[in-house]
Design a protein around this ligand. Sequence first.
Ligand code: NI
Length: 305
Amino acid sequence: MSDPSNLRIAGISAAVTLAVSGLITLGFASDIFGSAVPQSAASDGQSAPQSTNGAKTKEAEQPQSESSSSEAATPPSTEEQPAPPQADRQKDQPIPAPDVDCEVARCVALTFDDGPDKNVTPKVLDTLKKTSTPATFFQVGREFAGNEALVKRALADGHVLGTHTWTHPQLPLLNPDELNEELANTIAASEQISGTRPTLMRPPYGLFNDAVIDKTIELGNSVIMWDVDTEDWKNKNPQETAKRALEGAHRGAIILMHDVHPSTAEALPTIIAELRKNGYSLVTIPQLLGNPTPGTVYYSGTLDQ
Ligand code: NI
């Protein structure tokens, strides 16, 4: 299925793209050198990216697949399957992908960084399950040990797993070997635990440069930023976290949260209920973006506000 953001990608020239990308990178670079950057894995202590561009790419030409026919590929069921008891269905079945077309519907993607966390991630998963809300997790490799069951559960529940490096470093400061280890090792470890290879990467602190983009192309990953920052890592206040999520929400929004803060888990039921009340469909990043392209940087699913 084609996607409005992908269509826009095709129209962005390489020169403009690189210029914008460079400006953004420089902006973040001044943050690196001009002020202290939190070192904690639990702190994405950068302000949200200010760009409202839906997506950018190094490559001027992005092939557009017109594969809308794939939607009709599911053959009709010819056999009646007996329905299991409701309780069993809820416990064992993954959260169904919402039957929405994000080119039409008001889709929003909830994203959670820095986990898995043995205390908070289960609470977040419980709420998502209870409310049939699919989400996207950007997980840190060094947190996998001892939390393998949470990684598997997130995938089994119907969520999408992305990566967020192994040790949460500032990627532009790394040499090529270090960069490769941070990205490739985390992708490999996630795949080893879950059985599914992640194709989405979120750079810590939102920091990336051309070397990072080149590496994600090599690894078949796209770069997923955000355009709504709940600042949950800073406020650690469920009311404030929810307020920022709801006030920032718009069609195509990618909302940044962290499943390592109890306050975020506490805010989540309100965020989900209010977004739905306001007419939003909650979807995963792949649902929001159509089919994310490796090496492309996405800030949201649409230019619409
Ligand atoms: Ni982070």
